[in-house]
Design a protein around this ligand. Structure first.
Ligand code: ATP
Ligand code: FE
Length: 350
């Protein structure tokens, strides 16, 4: 099964070709055209600019992906595309192009939930068997999921406010560090001592798997202001300590809630995905949780943890095998909860 995948739900324009067979899956090509430079001046992703850039560059991404794979569109078995959730202008651009490509080449179309694509990544990279526990932690999402099939997800918990990546980005802004904030905060934290800055562990005293990260960011703001008021500014060491303490707090909350979810669900394996899973301290904390629970541990390579189209093509392959076929009525959905079983084509604007 050879699938072309398209991804345009946030600020990466991506296309990829994945071949899936009995022996596993191979990524034949994966092209990611980032838009970071377009949004840098605005301190965040601007939906209008993102949509326009996707519309302009998707074509190029697809051409390159086919070229890199050494295959023609007609040699694909299907076209898979992220149909949501995400910034609607970008999702629409991807869905429209996918419809055109599928119709033009007479290929079936498969609409993929972007979160499902992240959640299935450990199957693409490591052939992980169902079921498993997935911690999806990115700039826009934070959820603990029981994964039992390409359309069978049960949400055990997640954030009630900001996603951890968003919190990393905001903390970076508070401390005058560049975006994306995650890598910048992690770099600074390496020289810091987390014990020098007391920060809360939100919702850790409450049972269950609910998490919260926006209060943590506010606590960092207060600790920063206290230092600025006392000394007239932040030293390099202060900044490092604040970053280290924030990172340690996020890691502890994620690890403890994941430990509970593993115990509650009895899942035999723990996997992560999403940009925040790139963080070495967070990865190490989660790996310890898996080891202590006797669960297998899968952390896909970083370039497949963040947004790309190989994971969309792969999810499309699994859905195709499960019999899913979408037609020209496939809708782009800004919201599309993973445990919502209704297919993309029923939706629109949920
Ligand atoms: P989503 O995929 O949920 O729509 P997104 O596209 O923003 O959201 P990703 O591309 O998966 O998410 O991840 C980007 C986020 O990951 C950013 O918020 C970034 O700060 C964070 N991140 C990246 N590297 C690190 C790191 N080393 N430590 C912590 N956070 C990180
Ligand atoms: Fe994503």
């Amino acid at each position: 099964l050879t699938i072309l995948g398209l991804e345009s739900s946030c600020d990466d324009t991506a296309a990829a070709v994945v071949q899936q067979g009995a022996g596993g899956a191979d990524i034949l090509s994966s092209v990611v055209l980032g838009q970071g430079d377009l949004h840098a001046a605005f301190g965040g992703v601007v939906p209008e600019i993102a949509a326009r850039a996707h519309a302009e560059k998707l074509d190029l991404a697809v051409r390159r992906a086919l070229e890199d794979a050494g295959l023609a569109l007609g040699e694909m078995d299907a076209v898979a595309v992220t149909a949501g959730p995400g910034l609607i202008g970008g999702v629409l651009a991807g869905v429209m192009l996918a419809k055109g490509l599928a119709a033009g080449a007479g290929l079936p179309l498969v609409g993929v939930n972007h979160l499902a694509a992240h959640a299935l990544t450990p199957r693409l990279t490591d052939g992980l068997a169902y079921p498993y526990l997935m911690l999806l932690v990115s700039g826009g999402h934070c959820q603990l999921l029981e994964v039992r099939g390409p359309e069978d997800f049960t949400r055990l918990g997640g954030t009630i406010d900001d996603a951890p990546g968003e919190a990393f980005d905001k903390v970076a802004r508070l401390l005058g560090l560049p975006q994306p904030g995650g890598p910048a905060v992690e770099r600074e934290a390496a020289a810091g001592d987390p014990a020098r800055v007391p920060l809360p562990r939100p919702l850790l005293d409450k049972p269950g798997c609910a998490m919260s990260f926006s209060g943590l960011k506010t606590a960092v703001l207060r600790q920063r202001d206290r230092r600025v008021a006392a000394q007239g500014g932040l030293t390099r060491g202060d900044r490092a300590d604040l970053c280290a303490a924030f990172q340690a707090a996020v890691a502890e909350v994620l690890a403890e809630k994941t430990r509970r979810a593993l115990a509650e669900s009895g899942m035999p394996a723990l996997a992560v995905a999403g940009g925040v899973a790139a963080n070495a301290t967070i990865r190490a904390a989660l790996q310890r949780v898996a080891a202590e629970a006797g669960a297998a541990w899968v952390a896909p390579p970083l370039e497949l943890c963040t947004d790309n189209a190989a994971i969309v093509a792969y999810a499309g392959a699994e859905l195709y095998r499960a019999g899913r076929r979408d037609g020209p009525e496939l809708a782009a959905r800004p919201r599309w909860p993973l445990d919502d079983r209704s297919p993309a084509l029923v939706g629109g604007g949920r």
